[in-house]
Structure formats: C-alpha cells, structure tokens
Design a protein around this ligand. Structure first.
Ligand SMILES: *Cc1c(COP(=O)(O)O)cnc(C)c1O
Length: 383
C-alpha cells in the first residue's frame, strides 16, 4: 500500500527570492545600513505608488500608529474611536499614548467599522478616529470622513494590511494610503503582502506632520543623519522633544523596493486565486465567502470565510479537520476587548465583533500557491 504524502499548505508564505536577497546584499555592502539612501528611495517609491505627498518609513506598523497618534497630540485621558475587531496592535498603539480606546462594532458583512455607530461615541475627550482596513478590505472611509469633518476630528487609517487595495472616489479608483484620512499606516510584517521582515510606513499629504514623524522616529533629533553626513562645517544636533527609535534599516528598505516593484504581479495572482476560491465556495451550503462592496477593491491580504449554522460542523471542528488534511488555517480576526490585556476597557455592545471572531476561518492564500492547492482546500471544505 502506498501512502501519498501531500505537502502541507501554510496559511501564508512571504514571496521573497533572489532579487530581494541581492538587494539586501547590496545594502549591506554599501556602507550605510540604516535610515539612509535605500530608505529614502523606498519612501519615494511608496509615496508615488499610493499617491501620497509624503511617506515616512519606520520599524513596524505598531510604531507607525503610535507615532501618528502621538504627533496628533493624543495623550492621557483622551479618547480614540476604533474597532475592537482588529489585530491587538491597533488598541495597543492607543494605549501607548495613555489614551482610552472607544470601541464601535463592525458591519457583519465586511467585518469593518460600522460608520453609523461612530457619532454617538463622540465626546469632548475624543481626539481621533482610527478605522482599520481589515484584512485588506477597505473600510467605509468616506462616511467615516464625513462624521470626522462634522466634529473636526483627525482620521488615522490602520492600513497595515491594505497595500494595493483601492477605493472608488466619485469616478476614480484611488489606492488606500493616498491617504484619505490625515495619515495612513502600513505594515511590512511577513504576514502582509509586501514584506521587509518587519517594517512600517506612514503616508500623509501634510508636510508639517511628515516632518514631525521624521524627527520623532529618530530620537527627536533636530537634524537628520543625512544632513550631518553632508555638512561641510561641524554641526551639533539638539533634542527639543522626547522622541523614539522607530527607524527602518536600509537592508529592509532595499528588500521593500524590490517587493514594491513585484507588487502588481503578487496582487493579480492573489486576486486570481481568491476568485477561484469564491466561485467554488459560493456553491457550498453554509459557507459565506468574503463580501466585497462594488465601490472597493481588496488585495485579499486574508481570505475570510464565515461558517454558518447550516454548515454540518462548527468552525473549530472544521479547522481541526483541515489541519488533519495538511491545511493550515486561522480563526477570524481577534477582538481586543476579549483579551486579558484590555479587559478593563469599558465598551458597549460588540455582538458582531464577537460573532465574527468565533465564526470566521481564514484560508491559505499566498502568491506562490497553486490552483491545485486552492482546489485541495475547497475539496476539504466540501462536506
Ligand atoms: C499586522 C497589523 C498591525 C501591526 O503591524 P506590525 O507591523 O506587526 O506592527 C496593526 N494593525 C493591523 C490591522 C494589522 O493587521
């Protein structure tokens, strides 16, 4: 009897190759390995790609979110309206400022912030709104901006997962990060589509904010390394305010530049695989594939399927069954308010957030995946 051993299908796999390795090597041998020319070039290319005036590279997206809120003056006792239904970093960044996250529930179809729930949460202490483009699916940013404008509140977009995703604004398609709010924050962790190992980026059209980000990421230093390096007379730096070390290295940025060039191909391959999933999953009783509204385009950073009561087994049993078939999955997005670290935060009803955490399964999806592998997953999902 022969046993067929099937390759395990991971939930995601970073798409890095010889080109990225060569870029890292070039940076290592260049003599300038942090926040230097590679970082500057990556920032320029990134700003051009998303359509922003400025892009500032940092060490990760959590740092980017913290920097954005800090630069906007969010501090102890302030409130920031956000979703609990997100990776924990969204809430952590608010807490780093000493501020209080105010959670609103999600739309059960898109898993994104429900804009109709924001206004009732605004108080005299509200300092910002922090929506998330969850799993790469753009949130309802235009209605969110309308509420924000009525109350003169800045909007910081958690775009950690949303590189390459698009929003239709009147007749035009615009990329997330243009930005539509005041600032957008991206992640380059290996679970995201474009990776630099770790890394993050802030985009804004506001030159004053961009300048603040650049100072704050570099210990609050009054002049940049590049300025000192190029100076023809001796200069001494000053530290007028408390800053952080949130730098990105040139090794990371060199990898990021290659990844950015390869991004269109990575995105179209993901879309192809996701569409194959959706067509087949639509035919399976009890499973609901991702809902993509007509006015957005998602990059499918995660492919989320809801397991309803009419499916023969529960979500957790399904995950176990897939694992036994060599298919790695994850539960739906977590909720910060259900974690020990944040259980003290008061909140209203978050029923849709809780439902989504417990009923959604994330399926494997990465550019290097084969159509046969998608079909293998679909077969394992078919009762
Ligand atoms: C991944 C992620 C982050 C954190 O990004 P890091 O680069 O790992 O700090 C923040 N928010 C969301 C929604 C994420 O998915």
């Amino acid at each position: 009897m022969s046993t067929v051993s099937l390759r395990t299908i991971p939930i995601a796999r970073p798409d890095l190759g010889e080109e990225e390795a060569a870029a890292a090597r070039r940076a290592i041998l260049s003599g300038w390995i942090t926040q230097g020319p590679e970082v500057a070039a990556f920032e320029d290319a990134f700003a051009a790609y998303v359509g922003a005036e400025h892009a500032c590279a940092v060490s990760n997206c959590t740092a980017a979110l913290h920097l954005a809120l800090h630069a906007l003056g969010v501090g102890p006792g302030d409130e920031v309206i956000t979703v609990s239904h997100s990776f924990i970093a969204t809430t952590n960044a608010i807490r780093y400022c000493g501020a209080v996250p105010v959670f609103v529930d999600i739309d059960p179809r898109t898993y994104n912030m429900d804009p109709s729930l924001i206004e009732r949460e605004i108080t005299a202490r509200t300092r910002a709104i922090l929506p998330v483009h969850q799993m790469g699916l753009p949130c309802e940013i235009l209605p969110i901006l309308e509420v924000a404008a009525r109350h003169q509140l800045p909007v910081v977009e958690d775009a950690a997962c949303a590189i390459g995703s698009e929003i239709r604004v009147r007749q035009d398609w615009e990329r997330v990060g243009k930005p539509h709010g005041l600032v957008a924050c991206f992640s380059f962790h290996p679970r995201k589509i474009l990776t630099t190992g770790d890394g993050g980026m802030l985009t804004t059209d506001d030159p004053e904010l961009d300048r603040k980000f650049r100072t704050l990421r570099q210990h609050g230093m009054s002049i940049s390394d590049a300025t000192r390096h190029a100076a023809t007379s001796v200069v001494f730096e000053e530290y007028p305010e408390l800053g952080f070390n949130y730098r990105m290295t040139d090794i990371q940025a060199a990898v990021g530049r290659v990844q950015l060039q390869r991004l269109p191909a990575l995105l179209s391959r993901r879309a192809e695989l996701a569409e194959r999933y959706t067509t087949k999953i639509e035919g399976i009783q009890g499973l609901i594939p991702p809902h993509v509204p007509a006015h957005v385009r998602t990059n499918y950073q995660s492919y989320a399927v809801q397991v309803t009561d009419s499916y023969p087994v529960g979500r957790d049993q399904l995950m176990q069954r897939l694992l036994e078939c060599g298919i790695s999955t994850r539960r739906g997005i977590m909720n910060a308010h259900q974690e020990e670290a944040h259980k003290e935060i008061p909140h209203g009803g978050l029923a849709h957030s809780q439902f989504a955490r417990d009923r959604v399964i994330l399926l494997p999806l990465f550019a290097g995946m084969t159509t046969e592998e998608v079909d293998r997953v679909v077969e394992a999902l078919t009762p």
